[in-house]
Design a binder for this molecule. Structure first.
Ligand code: MEV
Length: 326
């Protein structure tokens, strides 16, 4: 048996606009997905948590299986464990894909390769998201910590690689970076979950339709890009007030794009008075919001009073790792 795990993520700046090549910043969170792989002894097919694996239901798993199958291509039993809630904007699907890549690398007697896991799982997510997916979620889950995507190679950040993909007939390019943000000890990130599921592919499609029908609305994506650039700079400068301000501004543009929801708005309104900045995170239509705060207990309490589930996450959680088998 082999075992690997990868973290979920939350996006501080730039969701949706990043699909169109705008800059964005995400960080790993302390909730993870774990994949265990075992040779299937009883059946001659792949199994997923005790059931016959259905490639049509799990196109990203099928994609990864085809990319990283073992030499003998023996049937395997995949067990998925994890604490990242599904369809909540916290990257459960990307973390699952990345952890599966890590477990298959181990089964192939290869050493852990975060770059390969990031690339293959990005392609897998794009397959599942109708061809439109940025490498943000999968790179954050693979490398951990803070990940910045930008349209240029940024000074002062650690450049990893350039990723190119064809989206809606246009060739897009993202330059991927990590960086060690030094967050003051008294600043926390709180995640609040509405409990309402949001579909990433549906929300990404909704934005694509809006831009196709109203090309002038593309200016909102450019605005998110400009806010993201300012927020990333503020984080590099250690100016947490400016980071929070940029997060709130980013949310206002996302709301105007139509990807927030009444439940998200309720949690955001509740968290705002005790926070430096608040926004939805991920694809939206439900899912989670985040708050940057110096009063985390108060922020958690305010979110829970409105019926949300809230937790405080660490910064700089590790990316893809092999787990010890106990
Ligand atoms: C989803 O977590 C983030 C989106 O920007 C989609 C993507 O980047 O592929 C909405």
């Amino acid at each position: 048996m082999v075992k690997a795990s990868a973290p979920g993520k939350c996006i501080l700046f730039g969701e949706h606009a990043v699909v169109y090549g705008q800059p964005a910043l995400a960080c790993s969170i302390n909730q993870r997905m774990t994949i265990e792989l075992e040779k299937e002894e009883t059946f001659d097919t792949w199994r997923l948590d005790g059931r016959t694996f259905n490639p049509r239901k799990h196109p990203h798993i099928e994609y990864i299986r085809n990319q990283l199958s073992t030499e003998r291509n023996e049937p395997l039993h995949i067990r998925i464990r994890g604490t990242i809630p599904k369809a909540s904007g916290l990257g459960s699907s990307a973390a699952l894909s990345v952890a599966l890549c890590g477990a298959l690398q181990q089964l192939r007697d290869e050493s852990l390769n975060q770059a390969q896991a990031s690339t293959i799982s990005h392609q897998a997510e794009a397959t599942a998201q109708g061809g439109r997916a940025s490498p943000l979620d999968t790179a954050t889950s693979s490398y951990g910590g803070f990940v910045v995507l930008s349209d240029t190679i940024e000074d002062g950040l650690d450049f990893i690689e350039t990723r190119t993909m064809n989206v809606d007939g246009k060739t897009l390019q993202w330059h991927l970076h990590t960086f060690k943000a030094s967050i003051p000890e008294d600043v926390s990130l709180v995640v609040g979950n509405t409990g309402v599921h949001g579909s990433t592919s549906a929300m990404v499609k909704q934005v694509a339709t809006l831009i196709r029908q109203h090309p002038e609305r593309k200016v909102e994506l450019d605005t998110i890009g400009a806010i993201a650039r300012r927020g990333i700079q503020a984080l590099q400068d250690g100016n947490m007030e400016a980071v929070g301000q940029a997060m709130t501004e980013n949310h206002i543009v996302l709301r105007s794009l139509g990807v927030s929801s009444p439940e998200l708005e309720r949690l955001i309104r509740a968290a705002a008075p005790s926070s430096l900045g608040v926004k939805m995170t991920g694809a939206g239509g439900g899912g989670c919001m985040i708050a940057l705060t110096r009063r985390p207990e108060e922020t958690v309490g305010a979110i829970e009073m409105e019926g949300g589930r809230a937790f405080i996450t660490n910064f700089n959680e590790p990316g893809l790792v092999m787990e010890h088998i106990t």
